[in-house]
Design a binder for this molecule. Structure first.
Ligand code: NAD
Length: 258
């Protein structure tokens, strides 16, 4: 419980799915948590508070640079520092490129890629002044390989891996590290929408659609869990990972080994 005691973690998009898993795991290591994201927050805040750490919530829309600046400023003011930054907020939209709505492209690039540029540029001066920081970008296997109908998502996720490497190089001689985690399929609300679409398209049950979706890309035939991804994030936050810099670490049931 004490590995991250005294540190503060901001997890963007931590009201649901992978981000919530990250926030809970970091809190269990003693870190204070700034929660961000849409939807119901009271249950999330009380679950984290019950672990015995301090927790607060900021409603920044991660597509808006001014709100992101306020999120970083408020985190530092509320907790005294921002030590661990998990760039997790993300959305998906699926369509062939000729049908891809321009506003969906813009939103995905803003939320899944540009938001990380803004959080990192705003958090960096504080991290440099303390010569310690952990930046973890939640990319995707789609940062390493492509799939059809995901032009914006794949472009954003490839982009965030490039950003990860630049930040890792710029901080290489400091106590700040920057790495990316690349999950395969994780059964969160973001993926459930794709399961629902598939069930409707193929006239199959939810269970059949889930199995078909995961098996198509992931040789293990199993979903990755938020808890497994969070355990990797906790490792990246520790001293044993101080020389892990600029990696894009996939946890994907064998997806990109093919
Ligand atoms: P999710 O839909 O369960 O959670 C997304 C979170 O982001 C929510 O808290 C939501 O409120 C928040 N969010 C969305 N738009 C936002 C905005 N404009 N401002 C602030 N918060 C916003 O999704 P998830 O599956 O947990 O995805 C989390 C991350 O993991 C995303 O970056 C996603 O691309 C990535 N990822 C997911 C999978 C998967 O299979 N689920 C695989 C690889 C990568």
């Amino acid at each position: 419980m004490s590995k991250l005691k005294g540190k503060t973690a901001l997890v963007t998009g931590s009201t649901s799915g992978i981000g919530l898993g990250m926030a809970l795991a970091l809190a269990r290591q003693g870190a204070n948590i700034m929660v961000n994201g849409f939807g119901e927050t009271e249950g999330v805040l009380s679950e984290i508070r019950s672990i015995g750490v301090e927790v607060d919530y900021h409603p920044a829309d991660m597509s808006k640079p001014v709100e992101i600046e306020d999120l970083i400023r408020c985190t530092e003011n509320r907790f005294g520092s921002l030590d661990i930054l998990v760039n997790n907020a993300g959305i998906q939209y699926v369509a062939n490129i000729e049908d891809f709505p321009v506003d969906r492209w813009d939103s995905i690039i803003a939320i899944n890629l540009s938001s990380a540029f803004h959080t990192i540029r705003c958090a960096m001066p504080g991290m440099k002044s303390r010569n310690w920081g952990r930046i973890i970008n939640i990319a995707s296997v789609h940062g390493l390989v492509a799939s059809t109908q995901k032009a914006a998502y794949v472009a954003a996720k490839h982009g965030i891996i490039g950003l990860t490497k630049v930040v890792a190089l710029e901080t290489a001689r400091t106590g700040i590290t920057c790495n990316a985690i690349c999950p395969g399929w994780v059964l969160t609300p973001l993926v459930q929408k794709q399961v629902d679409a598939r069930a409707e398209r193929d006239h199959v049950s939810n269970e059949q659609a889930k199995l078909a979706l995961v098996s198509e890309k992931q040789p293990s035939g199993e979903f990755v869990s938020p808890e497994q991804l969070a355990a990797l994030a906790v490792f990246l936050c520790g001293n044993d990972a101080s020389e892990v810099r600029g990696v894009a670490w996939n946890m994907d049931g064998g997806w990109v080994a093919q």
